[in-house]
Design a protein around this ligand. Structure first.
Ligand SMILES: [Zn+2]
Ligand SMILES: [Zn+2]
Length: 431
């Protein structure tokens, strides 16, 4: 068997890895990379034409965003994913199309997005299917519908993790462990020795304290968040803390695409953990539609700005969306605060602000940021110790490829027990 990395090697973004065995092939993920400019997998169209199968680990665009580009070239491999991934991907790809068409070069159309959605085949967890290879999806715990892909070839079993989370979260169970595979392709977002993430309890306590302090002084709290994953976790936690009285009562506003993704989470609640399922199925209680959640009533959002409130809004890395409106209105008053809860990619406005930048350019206007900026780590990824624990749980493991990250500490820690590779872009490896 052979593995080729067209993206996601020593970088976070544009995940795409080709697995081949004789004439059979399968591409794990098909993502894009956002930064100062958007980058695509480094695969030529001739090569792309040969791809027969693609599995999508989860909806995030760094794993799925290249699909409409593939379709726009009139190349239509079979696409496999879970139902929540399909539903969430539809929202993210439509949004990507909207952003994309504002640029000068249009590389795909909304029709391509629709066709991807129409053709994608839904697969359930733990139900093996065959397309060239025998393939099984296993829960990955990262966002709703996220899946690890286990492939049985003639000689080898290969496990591709996509993004994984080892902790039980508000919404999801942790990823499955103790799978059997001789070759592992593993994410390493937090693959540095210093990447140890505090417990959720600790993080949420910090978040609640910061919010209470802001509300007490009469300020607004802005929480920039990704629409898929972090938003649901944070919103459900805020709702719980408010119900218990730990968090001061205030309106929680949901902004941007988060409204839509909350609905998809609700419709796919069967994929959530047992706590959520019980709440929804055995009582009238709907955690995704709590009476504490509100939407702005008008375009000018006077109701949101009128009194101290908590605003959970896209975009998570301040690249656009309603968070820009709120920074224009609330950014230059130290009474307010902005709390980051998610990963900030290099070069994004979010990363610059977290690192102390005190102004931001919005619609050609410089906004001076006087509001308090805080960071609370509520991650959907396994941290360094958890990655080691996950890897060591894989039975029969011999070869490890570490991707979706920029650090190499995991290699040092694992090298004496396994054959560990940090793959390079466009390089092919025999396994
Ligand atoms: Zn992800
Ligand atoms: Zn990712």
């Amino acid at each position: 068997m052979r593995l080729t990395f067209f993206g996601g090697a020593q970088e976070v973004g544009r995940a795409s890895v080709l697995l081949e065995e004789k004439r059979k092939n399968l591409m794990f993920d098909c993502g894009i990379k956002f930064g100062e400019k958007t980058e695509y997998p480094l695969i030529h169209d001739d090569e792309l034409k040969r791809i027969r199968n693609i599995t999508i680990s989860h909806a995030h665009l760094d794993h799925s965003g290249y699909l409409p580009h593939v379709y726009s070239k009139n190349i239509k491999p079979k696409i496999f994913l879970t139902k929540p991934t399909r539903d969430l991907m539809g929202i993210l790809l439509a949004d990507y199309h909207r952003l994309h068409t504002s640029g000068r070069k249009r590389l795909f159309t909304i029709k391509d997005v629709e066709n991807v959605m129409k053709d994608a085949r839904i697969v359930e967890y733990n139900e093996p299917f065959t397309s060239d290879f025998r393939i099984t999806f296993h829960p990955a715990g990262h966002v709703m519908g996220s899946a690890m892909t286990l492939v049985k070839g003639d000689e080898r079993n290969v496990l591709f993790t996509g993004d994984i989370c080892m902790r039980k979260t508000r919404v999801l169970d942790p990823c499955e462990k103790n799978l059997t595979a001789d070759t592992l392709i593993v994410e390493s977002t937090y693959g540095g020795r210093e990447d140890i993430i505090p417990s959720y309890k600790e993080s949420y306590q910090k978040l609640v304290t910061l919010i209470n302090q802001t509300l007490d002084r009469g300020g607004h709290v802005i929480i920039p968040s990704f629409a898929v994953g972090r938003a649901q976790e944070v919103l459900l936690a805020l709702d719980d803390y408010m119900r218990s009285g730990t968090l001061r009562h205030a309106r929680i506003y949901i902004e941007g695409m988060i409204g839509k993704t909350m609905k998809v989470y609700r419709h796919n609640a069967i994929y959530a953990n047992d706590d959520i399922k019980k709440r929804i199925l055995m009582s009238e209680d709907d955690p995704f539609n709590s009476p504490n959640f509100h939407r702005a009533r008008t375009k000018t959002r006077e109701d949101v700005l009128k009194e101290p409130s908590i605003i959970v809004t896209t975009s998570g890395m301040i690249t656009g969306g309603p968070v820009h409106f709120y920074l224009e209105k609330l950014g230059n008053d130290p009474i307010n605060s902005m709390i980051f809860v998610g990963y900030q990619a290099r070069g994004t406005p979010g990363e610059k602000i977290v690192n102390g930048e005190k102004c931001i350019r919005i619609r050609d206007k410089e906004i001076e940021l006087k509001l308090k900026v805080e960071k609370v780590r509520i991650s959907g990824h396994a941290d360094y110790n958890e990655l080691l624990q996950f890897i060591r749980s894989v039975k029969g493991l011999k070869k490890i490829f570490i991707m979706h990250g920029e650090k190499t500490d995991l290699k040092d820690a694992l090298e004496k027990d396994y054959e560990v590779t940090i793959p390079r872009l466009l390089e092919t490896y025999s396994i």
